[in-house]
Design a binder for this molecule. Structure first.
Ligand code: ATP
Length: 329
């Protein structure tokens, strides 16, 4: 188990990581999710022993790692661009951590074949990294990170250099590989979908601090604040008179008080929908149309339509899906 307690990292007068306490159970994956500059990479580097702590402690299996250098922590790091050795083969890249540990040739060859199988690249051993696609290169980087059975895998935006569809696919594969190998991992990312796919738990980090930590589905369904809600994809916030007007359209099942946060999927165009509005903007995406709809008394809300024909100035009816809504304070 990894335990961070009051971890603080400063650069001069700037506090990049501010009193962060988190734990990662053995065999589980925690995603630290936050916007650019919130301090998540610095936190990961502190766990790896690459940044000194101004305060707090990092413990692994109960042992305080203060003073333990990076290479003695038994952790593996994987970055955004896998940083493969361009002049070595895929097999040599993967075998590198094993060579450092003086694992014999036969055992290395066996392990490399096993890892290539695991990451879905059997038979790729003799290729050069430069002949591989970005997604394949990240798979090789993952295989290399896992080669020496690290106690803890530290992943820094492992998929963000890839395009969206590949990223979604690889996120699913990464999850399966981590579960299959029982790997304990700490991943930092700014992508909430990726965090949701790969991790068991999420910690949302804002301005150096942990704003909320919990099982991913809980952070998703019950964000602790408006800032967290915004970060995990809620785009419309209704309170006071706007909430009251929304209730008049949508009915009693809409909460009466607090701030109602809505994801785009909370309002879906449907002929029997209870909320009526005028489309102000319609943007087609691959499998839906994203709308901004003006609802009387409520103002503009984000909505979605399956019918690709929906366009600006249309009068639409929308159904409210409460599972895509949350009340935040
Ligand atoms: N070596 C350094 N010296 C001074 N300031 C630094 C250093 N490294 C990071 N910082 C600052 O600390 C803050 C946190 O940086 P960090 O890289 O951890 O953020 P991040 O959340 O990982 O962002 P990104 O997603 O953009 O990588 C930033 O304001 C950054 O400018």
């Amino acid at each position: 188990m990894l335990e961070l307690s009051g971890v603080t990292v400063r650069f001069g007068t700037k506090t990049a990581v501010d009193d962060v306490s988190l734990s990662v159970e053995s065999g589980s994956v925690l995603a630290v999710l936050g916007p650019s500059g919130c301090g998540k990479s610095t936190l990961l580097r502190a766990v790896a022993g690459l940044e000194p702590l101004a305060a707090g402690s990092v413990r692994w299996e109960g042992r305080d790692l203060a003073g333990v250098p990076t290479h003695e922590r038994g952790f593996a790091l994987m970055f955004q661009d896998g940083q493969l050795f361009a002049h070595a083969s895929v097999a040599q890249n993967i075998a590198y951590p094993l060579r450092l540990r003086h694992v014999g040739r036969a055992a290395r060859t066996r392990r490399v074949a096993e890892l290539l199988e695991l990451v879905g690249l059997p038979g790729y051993g003799e290729r050069r990294p430069t002949t591989l696609s970005g997604g394949e290169q990240q798979r090789v980087a993952l295989a290399r990170s896992l080669a020496a059975d690290p106690a803890l895998l530290l992943l820094d935006e492992p998929l963000s250099a890839l395009d969206r569809s590949l990223r979604d696919r690889l996120a699913g594969d990464l999850r399966e590989i981590l579960v299959a190998t029982g790997t304990t991992a700490l991943m930092v990312t700014h992508d909430h979908d990726e965090a949701f796919t790969v991790a068991d738990r999420m910690a949302v980090m804002l301005a150096g601090r942990v704003a909320q930590e919990g099982p991913s589905s809980q952070v998703w369904r019950a964000p602790a604040s408006r800032e967290v809600a915004e970060f995990v994809g809620y785009g419309t916030f209704l309170d006071g008179a706007r909430l009251e007007a929304f209730r008049e359209h949508a009915g009693e099942r809409v909460p009466r008080s607090g701030v109602l946060a809505l994801r785009r999927g909370a309002l879906r165009v449907h002929e029997a929908g209870e909320v009526t509005g005028v489309v102000r903007r319609a943007v087609r995406v691959s499998d839906a149309v994203h709308l901004q709809v003006d609802v009387e008394g409520v103002g503009e809300v984000a909505a979605t339509a399956d019918d690709p024909g929906v366009q600006a100035k249309d009068l639409v009816k929308m159904r409210v899906h409460l599972r895509d809504c949350a009340v935040v304070s």
